[in-house]
Design a protein around this ligand. Structure first.
Ligand SMILES: Nc1ncnc2c1ncn2[C@@H]1O[C@H](COP(=O)(O)OP(=O)(O)OP(=O)(O)O)[C@@H](O)[C@H]1O
Ligand SMILES: [Mg+2]
Length: 279
């Protein structure tokens, strides 16, 4: 990247970062996708933003989706998290150091209204905590997002590895007589504008953009590129810039018309002590 390119990026960075953090009730929230290959800092970036939102807006509710394929990630942010498990979801926290199970305190809930009530905005979830939710089925996240659009006040939802929720080619599950997951993908894309207008912010990440539903990609407001990410053909960002990024730095694209370079703090996975298994 030349000096003049670097300075152009810096000029827009301020404006982009302002747009990411400022609240505007008339515009609503935004949808952001962070992209990058394994180990480039996607989860760190997500946790960094979640912490930033908790610090900036202590009266807002923050939800977090942890990937059950990897050792638990949410404890990387510290101790300020709460775990909620949907009734009927068979969950185990496997002790990675000693084997067997580890006891992680959690609260069960039977319906979304119990987590956060549409009438009053009250419920089990807590302000100033990362509210980590586990569902029986990943596509219940789409139900949660649709539910949130009718609740009171601003909320932010952080989703690690969104390809599990809206995969490009969802396959029919055992016992389903039609492809419910495909219908959920369509529902989510159709409703994402209303979700944003309902004062819901959504930040998520994936290893590769082409693993997720194409309809959803059209709804993105921000794409955050980490080192080695494949840049979208629509973007004006050069692939070479992204390839040369250091860990802890990112290039943020705002609706393919403005971009800037930024930094994020590391939330290292210090000896993960447990992993989550949903049977
Ligand atoms: N801002 C940063 N500064 C320095 N190191 C960082 C930063 N962010 C992440 N790292 C380091 O990069 C490594 C991978 O981070 P992280 O787990 O967030 O990546 P990831 O993309 O989510 O990985 P995976 O694809 O395996 O889920 C960690 O060891 C972490 O400490
Ligand atoms: Mg990760």
């Amino acid at each position: 990247m030349t000096k003049s390119e670097e300075s152009k990026l810096k000029t827009k960075t301020k404006e982009i970062l302002k747009r990411r953090i400022l609240r505007n009730n008339a515009i609503g929230g935004y949808i952001s996708l962070t992209v990058g290959p394994p180990g480039c800092g996607k989860t760190s970036h997500l946790l960094y933003e979640a912490q930033l939102f908790m610090d900036t807006y202590p009266n807002e509710i923050v939800f977090f989706r942890d990937s059950t394929m990897s050792a638990a990630q949410f404890n990387r942010i510290g101790k300020n998290y709460k775990v909620f498990v949907e009734e009927g979801c068979k969950i185990r926290f496997r002790d990675l150091q000693h084997g067997g199970s580890i006891n992680i305190p959690y609260q069960s809930f039977s319906c979304l209204d119990e987590l956060i009530s549409q009438d009053t905005g009250k419920g089990l979830v807590k302000k100033q905590f990362l509210n980590v939710v586990f569902f029986k089925d990943d596509y219940r996240w789409i139900d949660l997002l649709c539910h949130l659009r009718n609740t009171i006040g601003w909320q932010s939802v952080f989703v690690d590895e969104i390809e599990d929720i809206i995969p490009l080619n969802p396959s029919k599950r055992e016992g389903e007589n039609k492809n419910t997951r495909n219908e959920k993908n369509i529902q989510f894309s159709n409703e994402s504008k209303q979700i944003r207008k309902g004062l819901v912010n959504m930040c998520c990440n994936t290893q590769a953009e082409d693993e997720i539903d194409w309809r959803f990609k059209r709804k993105l407001n921000f794409t955050v590129y980490l080192r080695g990410a494949r840049v979208s053909r629509k973007s004006r960002i050069y692939q070479a810039w992204v390839d040369k990024l250091e860990i802890g730095k990112c290039i943020i694209d705002y609706e393919y018309r403005m971009y800037g370079k930024s930094n994020f703090r590391s939330y290292p996975p210090k000896n993960p002590i447990f992993e989550v298994i949903i049977d």
